[in-house]
Structures are given as structure tokens and as C-alpha cells.
Ligand binder design. Structure first.
Ligand code: FES
Length: 362
């Protein structure tokens, strides 16, 4: 551990940058208890490299649970203006294997593999744009990174931030946000606990987000770009309320890691009668595998130990987006890729089956 830290510090003098295509080893350097069931974990590169990320992005971690390795996305909660480390903030979830492992086993000095930064939940760069940040529960993490980013930039901003939680004791970053709101002239903050368990003297409004609450807190909502992150029911409510109040779909961004993971049966390609089997090459990793016409490129790659970033495995999130250097695929995505990206030769391996031999730029 001491040797690792010395190595990190020594290499830090060289100030090289974390390369998301090649670097993958992090070391935990700090753990902070945020609320009764939420902790922040701060990571550095083992080689002291600097991270370049946008607020709103995430890392995909390999969490060693028992004999398995489970891939989990955790949004960065820290500011991109502190590039020597980044922090993720994780809520302990009942029966959540990965989150429980992090809370129970991760210590300073623990090394973990991770890929990133990834994700497209990124604030529009137009500084004249008025924002409404909406978060529920631990969905606050990417939104907190955005607020810290804005605070560090000291740019003029017009931001309303509504954060909902179960009780006042579940309001993550409550103190820091209140302090930031007292300093950032363009930030208006509204906490909305559902009930007051644990803090009966709570002075503000309580309840779930509703059209009435949003109209009161955000009277000019139709003029704002909305960025929302939280549990699926929270986001569904936010989407329908903001749309009914005049927010154009193009001005509504959301982040979710709730999408269902498709776990395909482990069948060797040649075992299914009538299947064609194609050669798929991953050029950067110098790996070639066989993929049947009935299996997705991602599922076969995973079974063969080829490293590809992924999250939803369902064509939603865009995490696995890769360049197809040659060959063709049948892709059934769910919005995780744009037509112009497809036109530029990109595809989503998680929802693509080969129609020919392929060469993938990974
Ligand atoms: S893993 Fe989400 S789109 Fe492929």
C-alpha cells in the first residue's frame, strides 16, 4: 500500500492523463459517510494519472462479489476541476450485491478495475441556457457533479435544483448544497423530503414531486432545460410533469442505470442448428472470437473474456458504442445511438448480431 502510494505520487510528477482505452486500475484513497446509508468513495489512478471527465459522466466498475465479477455503473459526484481523483457516491441497497460489497469491503488502499469516464448526461454548454436539475435519492450523484462543476467555474448560471428524498435524513450533500446555494448567486435550491421521519421540525414543504410543487418552485419551467436522475418511478413522474408544463422533449435529459440486463443463455455458437458463425475481431485487443448469427456481439465478447464497456445491455444507454471497421450487423437498439453515429460507422454491440465477419475498433 505504501509502495503503491509512493508509486502514484512519483508518477504524478509526470502528470500523464488517464487513457480510457487502456487504463483500468484505480485505488480507493478516501471513504466518507454522507448519510446513514450512503458513502462517497474517492479513487485515484494507481499510476497517479489525471482524469478528464465531464460532470454527469460515470465509471463502469468491476465489483468482485464472491466468485463473480459484477459490472456496475456509478456516477461521478465530484467536480471535473479536481482531476487527480474522482469520487462516486453509493447508497447501500437491500440485497444490492455490488453496493453492499462496496460498503462492507472497500477500504482505502483497495484496488478496483474500472472503465470510463462514460456517458452522455452532459450539461449543454450554452451558458445562457437556464437549467432545472431534478434528482431523487442517490440519483443526486451526477447532478451534484454538475453543481460542483458550475461552482468551480464561477460562470454566471441560472439553475434551479430540486432534490427529493424519503426523509430529511436521506438528503445527501444537504450541508454542502445549502452552503453552495448561499454563495452561488444563480443557484436556487429546493429540498423535498417525502416525510419528516427523524426530523419532525423540518421547516419546508414535504411530499412527492407534483405539477403543483413544480409550478411553485419553477415558475418559468417551460424556458428551462431539465436534467433528471433518480429511480425509474421518480423519472417517469418528472418526465410527465415537465412535459405537461411545456418542456420540449429536446430540452429534457435523463440518466438511469435501471435498465434490465439481458442475460443470454450460454450456448456455444455452433450448437444451434441453422446458425451461421462469424469471426469477430477486436483490433485493439488483438482478439478474434466466434459469434453466431443469433447472439449479440457483446454477450459473446463477455463470455470470451474480451473487454467491452457496457451497462444496460439493451441498446438504451450507449455505453457500449463502438466503431465497426468492417462487416455488417443487424442492430435493434432502443435509442442508445443516433442515426448520424450509425452513418459514421458506430454500432451498439449489446444489441447487434453479426451478418458477416466483423472487425471492431476495440
Ligand atoms: S450497453 Fe447500453 S447501449 Fe449497449
Amino acid at each position: 500500500m505504501a509502495t503503491d502510494l509512493m508509486q502514484m505520487q512519483g508518477n504524478a510528477q509526470g502528470l500523464s492523463d488517464w487513457d480510457k482505452e487502456h487504463d483500468d486500475t484505480l485505488v480507493c484513497i478516501d471513504i466518507h459517510q454522507e448519510t446513514h446509508d450512503v458513502r462517497s468513495f474517492t479513487f485515484a489512478s494507481l499510476e497517479g494519472k489525471r482524469f478528464s471527465f465531464e460532470s454527469g459522466q460515470y465509471f463502469l466498475f468491476d465489483i468482485p462479489v464472491g466468485n463473480d465479477v459484477e459490472a456496475r455503473c456509478y456516477s461521478i459526484s465530484s467536480s471535473p476541476h479536481r482531476p487527480n481523483t474522482f469520487t462516486v457516491t453509493v447508497k447501500r441497497v437491500a440485497n444490492g450485491r455490488a453496493s453492499n460489497w462496496l460498503h462492507d469491503n472497500l477500504a482505502t488502499g483497495t484496488k478496483l478495475k474500472a472503465q470510463g469516464p462514460l456517458g452522455h448526461f452532459i450539461r449543454p454548454r450554452d451558458t445562457a441556457r437556464k437549467l432545472l436539475l431534478l434528482s431523487g435519492g442517490s440519483g443526486i450523484t451526477p447532478v451534484m457533479s454538475i453543481v460542483r462543476d458550475l461552482a468551480d467555474r464561477c460562470e454566471p448560471a441560472d439553475v434551479i435544483f430540486v432534490h427529493a428524498a424519503r426523509t430529511p435524513l436521506d438528503l445527501i450533500f444537504r450541508q454542502e448544497l445549502s452552503w453552495l446555494a448561499s454563495r452561488m448567486k444563480g443557484l436556487r435550491l429546493h429540498f423535498l423530503p417525502e416525510g419528516v421521519d427523524g426530523e419532525p421540525s423540518w421547516p419546508g414543504l414535504t411530499g412527492r414531486i407534483s405539477p403543483e410543487f413544480i409550478k411553485l418552485a419553477v415558475p418559468d419551467i417551460a424556458d428551462r432545460t431539465v436534467m433528471c436522475c433518480g429511480p425509474a418511478p421518480f423519472m417517469a413522474a418528472a418526465r410527465s410533469i415537465t412535459s405537461a408544463l411545456g418542456v420540449h422533449p429536446a430540452n429534457y435529459l435523463e440518466e438511469s442505470f435501471d435498465a434490465t440486463v439481458v442475460d443470454e443463455a450460454a450456448i456455444a455458437p455452433a450448437e444451434i442448428p441453422g446458425n451461421k458463425v462469424f469471426q469477430v475481431e477486436f483490433s485493439k485487443q488483438a482478439r478474434k472470437i466466434e459469434v453466431s448469427s443469433e447472439q449479440t456481439v457483446l454477450s459473446s465478447a463477455k463470455k470470451s473474456g474480451v473487454r467491452l464497456p457496457s451497462s444496460c445491455s439493451n441498446g438504451v444507454c450507449g455505453t457500449c458504442k463502438s466503431k465497426l471497421l468492417s462487416g455488417s450487423v443487424e442492430m435493434n437498439h432502443n435509442g442508445g445511438i443516433r442515426q448520424r453515429e450509425i452513418d459514421a460507422g458506430l454500432f451498439l454491440p449489446c444489441c447487434s448480431k453479426p451478418l458477416s465477419d466483423l472487425v471492431v475498433d476495440r
